[in-house]
Design a protein around this ligand. Structure first.
Ligand code: ZN
Length: 203
């Protein structure tokens, strides 16, 4: 079909004049190739890319800081499905093959999952130190994810509070009302809150 190109996302034809395109370049292919999309498919593609980048960050943390494993190690499938289930808000803890996973946001964002791993780092590292406790890798992953699941709601709440108070502080800073500012700082002093303290260094 002339005048048509293939949509990179859905693999259907898209009119060349209407396609959204960008050039995809890699180290091995510095000239790059064009990627074409339907307009809607382009949006989905960007969202998926963002999600992948967040997932990579999370895996890097687990691999390097929690497991201290080989940098080349790829994410075990069992862990991937566990994380996707937590993000998708699925009750059964586990995404089975073929489930819709991208763009499913009923659960917790990867950002919140990553913070929870950071907050619970010592607890997780301590509890998986003795590998003989676990039948296999999947068993260890389940144990680790149980700790994350038990704590994520608290962490998520703290993140939301922190974001809200940051927004408010920004607003107050612009105003010249110092009295209000001082009062506000007192009210939002979260130093007595244990989780807020643990979270502080993350932001
Ligand atoms: Zn498409």
């Amino acid at each position: 079909m002339s005048g048509y190109v293939k949509c990179f996302h859905c693999k259907e034809q898209v009119l060349k004049d209407e396609a959204k395109s960008y050039r995809y370049m890699t180290e091995s292919n510095p000239k790059g190739t064009n990627r074409n999309f339907h307009e809607k498919c382009y949006e989905i593609h960007r969202e998926n890319q963002k999600e992948r980048a967040e997932m990579d960050k999370l895996w890097d943390y687990i691999k390097n800081e929690i497991w201290k494993s080989d940098k080349k190690r790829t994410m075990p499938n069992h862990l991937l499905r566990r994380l996707q289930a937590l993000k998708g808000g699925l009750d059964n803890n586990y995404v089975s093959r073929g489930n819709q996973v991208f763009g499913n946001n009923e659960g917790y964002e990867y950002e919140a999952i990553l913070y929870t791993f950071k907050v619970c780092k010592m607890q997780i590292v301590g509890s998986i130190l003795d590998k003989s406790k676990f039948k296999n890798d999947n068993h260890l992953i389940d144990y680790m994810m149980a700790i994350v699941r038990n704590n994520i709601e608290d962490v998520y709440t703290r993140i939301q509070e922190k974001k809200k108070s940051d927004e408010r502080i920004e607003k107050v800073d612009i105003s010249e009302n110092f009295k209000y500012k001082n009062e506000f700082v007192k009210k939002t002093d979260l130093s007595k809150n244990k989780i807020a303290n643990k979270l502080k260094h993350l932001f």
